[in-house]
Design a protein around this ligand. Structure first.
Ligand code: FAD
Ligand code: NAD
Length: 557
């Protein structure tokens, strides 16, 4: 069969002065979290368990917000039609000099990824406090924002505060990193690619070829540790997007295809040479003259932290009670998506709540502890499962709980810093989980028991308030019975008088008894996850018990 082959190098990003796409306008609803009384919110980065009603004995410092300054109050203000920028809806091009002038609380502009916002009206609503926002006053706050809450959907939250875009700098400065703070997110992509390629992993490339009925896009990653979860493919209408994660970098092929293709495609990985092949089926057996037209950030290779999160809409296919407040949600990926969430990583779920896109992180699990871990994962794995605790007074989870089968929720690309190689040649794996901090342990446990031949013991210490709060208790007990390498111990912080097991919060006494290493040389990993005070105290105790940094992994956002 004759193979016609063409390559394409198109790239280039066009910067227009335009508003980010508006979030859909939904009717206002009144929600439980909108109490109107003085509220204590932590920065968005960690917004779960530390806001317990039971006062934790060592809670992380919270920022008191004034009355009427909740997230819901902010959303209301943005919908009021008030001119929040002081520019009467005009968008302007902002020079660096201009940006620097707006550095006071009552006149504070901040640039995030090339867009400039007047954040003065937002000051009192910021969960992290005014001082935190002022750190970026009159400057490019992208790096600061990324450090604290990269995943927050600021475009939607601050859309009424948009002043305009930064004026483009004429040329790339000699030392990119010196100038990065000012130019972040605004450099022509081809220049970013060239500069960064010298420092990070060597630049990937792509190529394509066709037969009568197929078009194959080949990505040469030039890395050996590539597998099926390294590439995420989305095809919508004529837009084709393949993002390959290579170490901390992201390589993007993003084109508007020149011809129509069928819904299903296959993804193949040749691991030993780091080659990824995406095989598309043509709708009509005609010869393509070109693959298509480059779209935003096409052929770019940039640090992952500098890329925006990409979302696709997934359908809720089932929702099952697991405990009195925790449910197992099953979402189905759209048909033209290839996405596998790597072990230990999380995604962000996004829902419009009263017209504003709200985003929270969640960690996919397996459908049960007994579903065998497939490695490499099958490309036609179209379901993603989540164990999610519903907080009646929470902002996001009651909305999730309201979803009906068939409704949609947007799911982002995966994030996280757990690396599967941390499990290689492991002998003892200790898991310390509190509440829904159990979720990252599910895949870690499943993967380790199935794929790590050196493993001799996996011990889970699972901290909960009461017996009723224990997620998958009977499955855990069955697994311990079935697989002698696995042991589980439950510790309750608010047990009933009938509870005869361990009690209390995480403590040095509990840990030193539980974490018995086999020998001085045995390879050990301790994973921990739960409310922030739990994780922070646990980390300190583990250091005091002389476990090294390499032997500890804490799951955080
Ligand atoms: P929030 O509005 O954040 O409220 C949470 C709690 O705080 C509630 O009890 C609420 O009553 C209380 N509260 C709210 N506002 C206040 C206030 N002003 N003063 C005092 N208390 C208040 N969760 C899961 O269930 N499953 C997962 O797999 C999961 N994975 C995660 C992964 C990562 C990386 C991270 C960082 C978190 C994860 N979480 C997970 C937690 C999740 O992201 C949310 O924080 C959680 O679902 C709560 O969201 P919410 O908006 O409903 O509640
Ligand atoms: P919870 O309130 O039911 O508490 C569970 C247990 O955590 C308690 O029984 C106690 O042992 C411990 N704990 C709670 N507060 C403590 C404190 N102040 N000091 C020491 N120990 C304490 O927990 P939950 O409502 O299920 O919340 C789970 C938390 O885990 C949330 O904050 C969520 O954001 C976090 N989480 C994080 C990730 C991640 O970072 N990857 C994943 C899932 C969940």
């Amino acid at each position: 069969m004759e193979i016609a082959k063409r390559t394409e190098n198109g790239s280039g990003q066009c910067v227009h002065l335009c508003r980010p796409p508006p979030a859909p306008d939904l009717p206002m609803q009144h929600r439980g979290a909108d109490s109107g009384s003085a509220v204590f919110w932590r920065p968005w980065i960690d917004d779960g368990g530390e806001k317990e009603q039971e006062a934790p004995h060592n809670a992380v410092e919270a920022v008191p917000l004034k009355q009427g300054r909740s997230l819901m109050d902010w959303i209301r203000l943005t919908k009021s039609g008030k001119d929040l920028t002081g520019l009467k809806g005009r968008l302007i091009e902002v020079t660096e000099e201009e940006l620097k002038k707006h550095n006071k609380k009552d006149d504070c502009w901040i640039c995030i990824r090339g867009f400039v916002y007047n954040v003065s009206p937002y000051m009192e609503y910021h969960p992290g406090g005014e001082d935190e926002l002022m750190r970026a006053a009159g400057s490019d706050g992208t790096d600061l924002f990324d450090q604290v809450h990269r995943w927050v959907n600021y475009e939607s939250m601050l859309k009424e505060c948009l002043v305009g875009r930064m004026a483009m700098k004429p040329a790339l400065p000699k030392d990119y990193h010196e100038e990065k703070k000012v130019l972040n997110g605004m450099l022509p992509q081809s220049q970013v690619t060239d500069t960064l390629a010298k420092e990070g992993p060597s630049s990937p490339s792509y190529d394509w070829f066709q037969t009568d009925s197929l078009v194959t896009i080949v990505i040469y990653t030039k890395q050996k540790d590539i597998n099926l979860d390294s590439v995420i493919v989305d095809h919508r209408d004529d837009s084709f997007r393949a993002e390959t994660v290579i170490k901390d970098y992201s390589y993007l092929v993003h084109v508007a295809l020149s011809h129509e293709i069928q819904e299903d495609f296959s993804v193949l990985v040749v691991e030993n040479v780091g080659k990824i092949e995406i095989v598309l089926k043509k709708k009509e057996n005609t010869s393509w003259k070109c693959l298509g037209h480059p779209q935003e950030n096409h052929n770019s290779f940039i640090p992952k932290k500098d890329t925006g999160l990409f979302y696709r809409k997934c359908q809720l296919v089932s929702k099952e009670d697991v405990t009195h407040d925790t449910k197992l949600f099953c979402l189905m990926l759209p048909p033209s998506t290839h996405l596998e969430v790597p072990v230990g990583q999380h995604v962000y779920l996004r829902l419009p709540i009263t017209g504003t896109e709200i985003v929270k992180p969640y960690t996919p699990v397996c459908d049960s502890l007994f579903s065998e871990f497939k490695e490499p994962v099958l490309p036609n794995n179209i379901y993603i499962y989540f164990l999610i605790k519903i907080y009646p007074a929470g902002f996001f989870t009651p909305e999730l709980d309201q979803l009906q089968i068939g409704d949609y929720v947007s799911v982002s690309n995966p994030e996280g810093n757990f690396i599967i190689s941390q499990l290689q040649e492991l002998e003892d794996l200790f898991l310390l989980a509190a509440g829904t901090g159990f979720t990252p342990m599910v895949k870690v446990l499943n993967y380790a028991l199935t794929n790590i031949p050196s493993l001799r013991k996996v011990k889970l210490m699972f901290f909960n308030k009461t017996e009723d709060d224990i997620i998958w208790r009977s499955q855990l007990e069955k697994l311990a019975f079935k697989d002698k390498r696995f042991e589980v111990e439950f510790v309750l912080s608010a047990p009933t008088s009938e509870w005869s097991g361990k009690q209390g919060y995480i403590s040095p006494a509990l840990l030193s008894e539980f974490l018995k290493r086999r020998s001085d040389t045995s390879k050990v990993l301790i994973c921990l996850c739960g409310p922030t005070p739990f994780t922070e105290q646990g980390m300190k105790m583990l250091h005091d018990l002389n476990f090294s940094k390499d032997e500890i992994h804490s799951f955080t956002a």
